[in-house]
Design a protein around this ligand. Structure first.
Ligand code: SAM
Length: 231
């Protein structure tokens, strides 16, 4: 059986590239985005009642990881990228039908727009459906996953003398919690698990319209070096 689905909205996200997006929602509460609903869902009727809900499930398309040939096994970054697992044992982006799911905080409801935080989705992600989080059914006491029971351990993030004021200025200009966003995302240690970077190696990523650059003065410590606007 084949069935065609089409997006109900497109997410406008703080994340402009895949690198440094947290591996799951809620790891960066300062990660914000706006879900712009598409016709006919851009009318108030489609979201009536949603203001009573604190969190929503987003079902979405991993539009930058779609593949023609389905994989049976994948190498999740969480396991260091060198151990393969059955695709259905993981939340890998390369998967049949390319469907992702994230539970995110609903900050505001407007006709045609949902304001969201705690997201782990790339800018431009097509959203296929939105469902309210139902605490009694969606939170399971005693549930376990031996591969990913706890959130990944955070690493220390500090700032160069110039980078912190730069980040604060851009936070004011953007009206976004940019300092927190940078700290929360980099604390997830975005580098591939197998890389032990020399201290002189620079890493970078774009959040909103700013480029953030950092290095690892020690293998388990990040120093933010620069936060500059990039058009
Ligand atoms: N919470 C979702 C799930 O479990 O289905 C996503 C988990 S997936 C491991 C998270 C990663 O997906 C992020 O780190 C980001 O790099 C990637 N990602 C987010 N949006 C994407 C998109 N639209 N296309 C491709 N990759 C995306």
């Amino acid at each position: 059986m084949q069935h065609t689905v089409s997006p109900v909205g497109i997410l406008r996200s703080c994340f402009k590239e895949k690198f440094a997006i947290p591996r799951q929602p809620q790891l960066a509460p300062a990660a914000r985005g706006v879900l712009e609903l598409l016709p006919p869902f851009d009318q108030g009727d489609a979201v009536a009642g949603l203001e009573q809900v604190s969190h929503v499930w987003l079902l979405f398309l991993f539009h930058q990881a779609l593949e023609d040939k389905p994989r049976l096994k994948v190498r999740p970054p969480r396991l260091g990228g060198n151990k393969s697992m059955g695709v259905f044992a993981t939340r890998a982006t390369h998967r049949p039908n390319g469907i992702g799911q994230s539970v995110v905080r609903l900050e505001g409801v407007e006709p045609g727009r949902l304001l969201l935080s705690g997201i782990d989705l790339l800018d431009g992600t097509p959203v296929l459906d939105i469902k309210p989080y139902v605490p009694y059914a969606d939170s399971i006491a005693g549930a376990s996953n031996l591969m990913a029971n706890d959130a990944p351990e955070a690493i220390a993030v500090d700032w160069s003398e110039s980078a912190l004021p730069q980040a604060r200025d851009h936070a004011l200009r953007l009206a976004q919690p940019l300092v927190e966003l940078i700290e929360q995302c980099l604390a997830q240690d975005p580098r591939p698990a197998y890389q032990v970077p020399p201290a002189e190696r620079l890493y970078g990523v774009k959040f909103w319209d700013v480029q953030v650059r950092w290095h690892y003065p020690q293998p388990d410590r990040i120093r933010v070096l620069e936060v500059v606007r990039e058009s």
